[in-house]
Design a protein around this ligand. Structure first.
Ligand code: DQA
Length: 151
């Protein structure tokens, strides 16, 4: 039974960055075979179970992601973000996250620390509450559970 009023529900924005739309077809040995739709369905099912409100977007464009983070102010309580390769160099996304001051959870399908050296650094990590990586699609569901506990 849903015991929460909508007004009490935690609002969570999930952002998938560049190339995540290729999920299920690219480098399956690294990222697995689930499509982005499959991953989103799993996140949505868990959101219903946890009684949180969810908005999901995917963009291949840094500026669009910055805009979405700005727009999250006032309509999201937590941001879950897999910024893809932008993780490693986008000071604009980092500044957007610290600028809006919303708690952010950084997510990666793969274990970025076990891959090429350029992936070891995340410029987003210092402004995130924490980072979850290496669990495939479960990185997102773990992040959603963590988001539910935040604030
Ligand atoms: C990724 C890891 C990044 O290094 C890479 O550029 C991606 C996906 C991940 O989910 O494992 O696009 O963020």
């Amino acid at each position: 039974m849903n015991t929460n009023n909508n007004a009490d529900k935690k609002r969570i924005l999930v952002i998938h960055g560049p190339n995540l739309n290729l999920q299920g077809t690219r480098q399956q040995n690294v990222y697995g075979g689930m499509t982005l739709d499959d991953i989103n369905a799993a996140i949505e099912a868990l959101a219903a179970e946890l009684e949180v409100e969810l908005r999901i977007l995917q963009s291949n464009h840094e500026g669009e992601i910055v805009d979405a983070i700005h727009e999250a102010r006032g309509c999201a309580d937590v941001v879950i973000i897999n910024a893809g390769a932008l993780t490693h160099y986008s000071y604009a996304i980092r500044d957007a996250l610290s600028g809006v001051g919303l708690p952010a959870i950084e997510v990666h399908l793969s274990n970025i620390h076990a891959r090429e050296p350029f992936r070891h650094e995340s410029v987003i990590a210092p402004v995130a509450v924490g980072q979850i990586c290496g669990f495939g699609p479960s990185s997102y569901t773990l992040a959603l559970r963590a988001a539910k506990e935040l604030v």
